[in-house]
Design a protein around this ligand. Structure first.
Ligand SMILES: Nc1nc2c(ncn2[C@@H]2O[C@H](COP(=O)(O)OP(=O)(O)OP(=O)(O)O)[C@@H](O)[C@H]2O)c(=O)[nH]1
Ligand SMILES: [Mg+2]
Length: 452
């Protein structure tokens, strides 16, 4: 348990209904009493745990804000330490002033994720659950949220524990056999069991790779010359009027970015300034940003206006190698076609839509799922949200098991085989969060915001 008492604003910065300032640590209640004034003269130190009290936060005799103070004594709290939360009026100024008051009375500003880190260090949450909390906070799609909630429920821990138990049992049997080196028997008996562990590890890895997509998302840039309907498509995919649409070419001058859920995966869509020879410096900067945007994209949607003849600008764009796959989107299919033959250029295919009418958007989404996700829609049961270091360990586990099977096939000695199996076993232990390096802990909790 840490000696310091920490404090932070736990609600998002900005205007909201309420702002919460959270204090946690051995002096949380005493510090709160130094700034809290109850009309009944009540001291939080004398109050029952898990109670809420009306009053004001005061500093130098001045009332800073009207608050509700929630008192939660250890150990039944998020951090397992004494916790006081001041529910202030919304808005950044009130919460900020209350925070300053408690910092002036001896609390220290919490680091990112420090409340959750304490919850972990005090045994309230497993490391796995702490990560799940971060994933819940960061979830960008419903699917991401569901997977994080599953993880919070301890599903991944259980799967790792089961793998580890099986590895331990196989190792124990193998070690008995080492004294009676009848390799044939060992291989016959143990191989199916090792194969079963390998299959499970392979499955977990595949799921974690799909999970990485759900967690990190993908980026798609919408490109094309002015007025073809790029902003209309962005709005249609988001189902909101995010980007300005007008019949005037050159409407979008800066890149506009927004995240849409496509097949449960967060896809960052970038609407860009139409690509043409710029007519003024603002447009030139917009075109530069457009080119920049393609560099961080996983896919380019190159849009053409199907109701107009192909221009030289269109031809140049179609011939451009964007460095990532480009899908041609022929827009305005509600109008008479005048585009004529469209060369394939560097594209990987084409889809015809009418963005304004919402026509064929489902076909476009299907194509995106196919190109970005290999056609398979991730679901709650087929994804796993893991950190990079966990995926590395899972890979080590699988490699150890695969080498064990290689060793059996090649007729190596039992102790050589056991050696490989032990490395897989060690990886399973590390995955359970036994002896996690401080640097990894720091990386995990740095994903949180201050106040969580
Ligand atoms: N008929 C028809 N008109 C469309 C369609 N999609 C877009 N438009 C119209 O085309 C015009 C240009 O649309 P925008 O979405 O602003 O085009 P943009 O590519 O973003 O243009 P810039 O920002 O200038 O590069 C607007 O008048 C839209 O209403 C469509 O599917 N059918
Ligand atoms: Mg636009």
């Amino acid at each position: 348990m840490s000696g310091e008492t920490i404090a932070a604003i736990s609600t998002p910065i900005g205007e909201g209904g309420i702002g919460i300032v959270r204090l946690s640590g051995p002096a949380a209640v005493d510090i709160a009493d130094l700034v809290f004034l109850s009309p009944k003269g009540l001291r939080l130190a004398d109050a029952q745990t898990h109670t809420i009290h009306y009053g004001h936060v005061v500093e130098d005799g001045r009332r800073i804000d009207e608050v509700l103070a929630s008192l939660m004594r250890a150990p039944r709290t998020y951090t397992r330490e004494d916790v006081v939360e001041f529910g202030c009026h919304g808005g950044i100024v009130a919460a900020r002033a209350v925070l300053d008051a408690v910092l002036a009375r001896g609390a220290r500003l919490a680091e990112r994720g420090e409340f959750t880190k304490r919850a972990y260090l005090n045994g309230r949450l497993s490391l796995d659950q702490a990560q799940a909390v971060a994933d819940i906070v960061h979830a960008q799609t419903r699917l991401g949220l569901e997977a994080a909630v599953d993880r919070l429920g301890g599903r991944f821990s259980q799967q790792v524990a089961a793998l580890r138990a099986d590895l331990a049992a196989i190792l124990a049997d193998l070690e008995v056999e080492i004294d009676f080196p009848d390799l044939e028997v060992i291989v016959e008996e143990l191989r199916p069991r090792v194969e079963a562990v390998e299959a499970r590890a392979v499955d977990l890895l595949a799921r974690s790779e799909r999970g990485a997509l759900v967690r990190e998302g993908l980026t798609v840039a919408i490109l094309g010359r002015p007025n073809v309907g790029k902003s209309t498509l962005l709005n249609a995919l988001l189902a909101e009027e995010r980007s300005i649409v007008t019949p005037i070419p050159g409407t979008t001058r800066d890149t506009v970015e927004e995240v849409a859920a496509i097949g449960g995966v967060p896809v960052r869509l970038i609407d860009t300034a139409g690509l043409r020879v710029p007519t003024d410096p603002i447009e030139a900067e917009g075109v530069r940003r457009t080119k920049e945007a393609t560099k961080r994209s996983d896919l380019v949607l190159l849009m053409l206006d199907r109701s107009e003849p192909l221009t030289d600008e269109d031809r140049a764009l179609i011939a451009t190698d964007w460095g990532v796959p480009a899908l041609l989107v022929l827009n305005k299919s509600d109008l008479a076609p005048r585009i004529g033959d469209v060369p394939r250029g560097t594209s990987i295919g084409r889809v015809e839509i009418a963005a304004k009418e919402g026509q064929n958007l489902a076909a476009l989404s299907d194509r995106l799922v196919e190109l970005l996700l290999g056609g398979e829609l991730p679901s709650r049961n087929t994804i796993l949200l893991l950190d990079t270091w966990e995926r590395d360990l899972l890979r080590r586990l699988r490699d150890g098991v695969t080498r064990t099977l290689d060793g059996m096939r090649e007729g190596r000695t039992p102790d050589m085989i056991a050696e490989e199996l032990r490395s897989a076993y060690a990886a399973s232990g590390a995955l359970q969060g036994v002896d996690v390096a401080e640097s990894i802990l720091d990386a995990i909790f740095a994903r949180f915001c201050v106040g969580k």
